[in-house]
Ligand binder design. Structure first.
Ligand code: NAD
Ligand code: MG
Length: 394
């Protein structure tokens, strides 16, 4: 029986994880659930899953949850980052789903890694920010890091079985990773029409139902940029070994090309319960509630090159990955601030990359030699981005 902690239980990935767990009461039990501020939803989830701990990142929300669960004896309510880290590293849990959105997910995800858990990584921002240090912590603790991002889970499934340790791809006879991208809701929009797209349009993804932040990232192609960096760290690849292929159907979730010309792909309906179930049960396979693929109904697959002119965020991420050091952390932090401003109606869609480029040019990029350095550069980049947005408003 696996004891599972779900960081970000009320989100899109968190709820999909609980849906898979609900189908297998003989295999999985919920040890802890966490959320930021969503008290009502957490109350419902705690009543159903009866975790040992429920954590609210927000202190006021934790107080409210405590009141709402007063009649439930088996669940203790904790608050703040300390509470998140405590349930991520608790000895009673063996599996941690890291599904908090953004940089806020790094401390508890790292706590789970350092405690040597099976870590199911959805929170790509944590790895993008801290790259080498994060992977070093995985090796040091012997944690089992399994990718949940659909593309990375696909690549993981197409690579030779060698435990979960990333090796040199050349040793495995791999030539390239073909990272697929849907192209997002604005794939066919002209540069001119992108200037006036709304947050609601950006969040209406054609194939996937996701949280707001990753939906906007998918629309700018920053999501693919973050995933390029994520792939380089997870699979010990260089940016030159990863090529983005826009595939609007989102059925092929990514591919691995070998030296002999073989290309292995993982296909499936665009439903995150597939990679989640793969990570939860790995190396076994379990029912995930996902509709079978109907290739006759689909008829055909299409591919195109990404357009870096209309979608500069992918190019910025690729450059930050090549620059190394704290550049990816700066890129990520500026993107989080710019996306929040876009969602709030304070920034136009096409200014998102402008803010990020400015932050990358202004911040002092250094070696990423400690988590303290990364957190302080994250904070500095947020100030730079916020200041630039404020100036553009006046
Ligand atoms: P979401 O916005 O739907 O959910 C985010 C969760 O994190 C919620 O439970 C929320 O309460 C919690 N949270 C938010 N801010 C927090 C904070 N400051 N402190 C603590 N908890 C906080 O997001 P999502 O779509 O589920 O995505 C979660 C992560 O998974 C992201 O990193 C995203 O890039 C990644 N991911 C998502 C999908 C998807 O299909 N949704 C696919 C691949 C990767
Ligand atoms: Mg993805």
């Amino acid at each position: 029986m696996r004891q599972v902690t779900i960081l970000g239980a009320t989100g899109s990935i968190g709820l999909s994880t609980l849906d898979v767990i609900r189908r297998h009461p003989d295999r999985f039990s919920v040890f802890a659930l966490t959320a930021n501020t969503q008290v009502e939803q957490m109350t419902r989830l705690c009543r159903e899953f009866r975790p040992r701990f429920a954590v609210m990142a927000d202190a006021d929300a934790a107080e409210k949850l405590q009141v709402a669960l007063v009649d439930i004896d088996e669940t203790d309510v904790l608050a703040g980052e300390k509470g998140l880290c405590r349930v991520a590293e608790a000895s009673e849990a063996d599996t941690v789903m890291a599904a908090i959105v953004g940089a806020a997910g790094l401390p508890p995800t790292l706590a789970a890694v350092r405690a040597g858990k099976r870590v199911l990584l959805a929170n790509k921002e944590a790895l993008v920010m801290s790259g080498q240090l994060f992977m070093d912590a995985v090796v040091a603790s012997g944690a089992q890091l399994l990718p949940i991002d659909s593309e990375h889970n696909a690549i993981f499934q197409c690579l030779p079985v060698n435990g979960n340790r990333p090796r040199n791809l050349c040793d495995d006879g791999v030539r390239r990773i073909l990272l697929t991208a849907s192209g997002g809701p604005f794939r066919t929009f002209s540069a001119e029409s992108l200037r006036s797209v709304s947050p609601a349009q950006a969040c209406a993804h054609p194939n996937w139902s996701m949280g707001q932040k990753i939906s906007v990232d998918s629309a700018t192609l920053m999501n693919k940029g973050l995933e390029l960096i994520e792939a380089c760290w997870l699979f010990n690849a260089t940016t030159d070994q990863v090529e983005v292929h826009v595939h609007p159907e989102s059925i092929i979730h990514s591919m691995v090309e070998y030296l002999d010309g073989s290309v292995l792909a993982q296909l499936g309906s665009p439903d995150m319960r597939t990679p989640i179930a793969n990570g939860l049960a790995w190396p076994e396979r379990i029912e995930a509630g996902v509709s079978p693929l109907d290739l006759f109904a689909l008829g055909q697959f299409n591919f195109e090159r990404p357009d870096l002119g209309r979608f500069p965020c992918l190019g910025l991420a690729s450059e930050a990955c090549r620059a190394g050091g704290t550049a990816p952390a700066v890129l990520n932090a500026a993107n989080e601030v710019a996306v929040a401003a876009f969602l709030a109606g304070d920034l136009c869609f096409t200014d998102i990359p402008v803010i990020i480029e400015h932050a990358l040019a202004t911040a002092s990029i250094t070696a990423a030699d400690s988590f303290e350095t990364i957190f302080s550069q994250d904070e500095a980049a947020r100030h730079i981005a916020a200041e630039q947005i404020r100036r553009s408003l006046v």
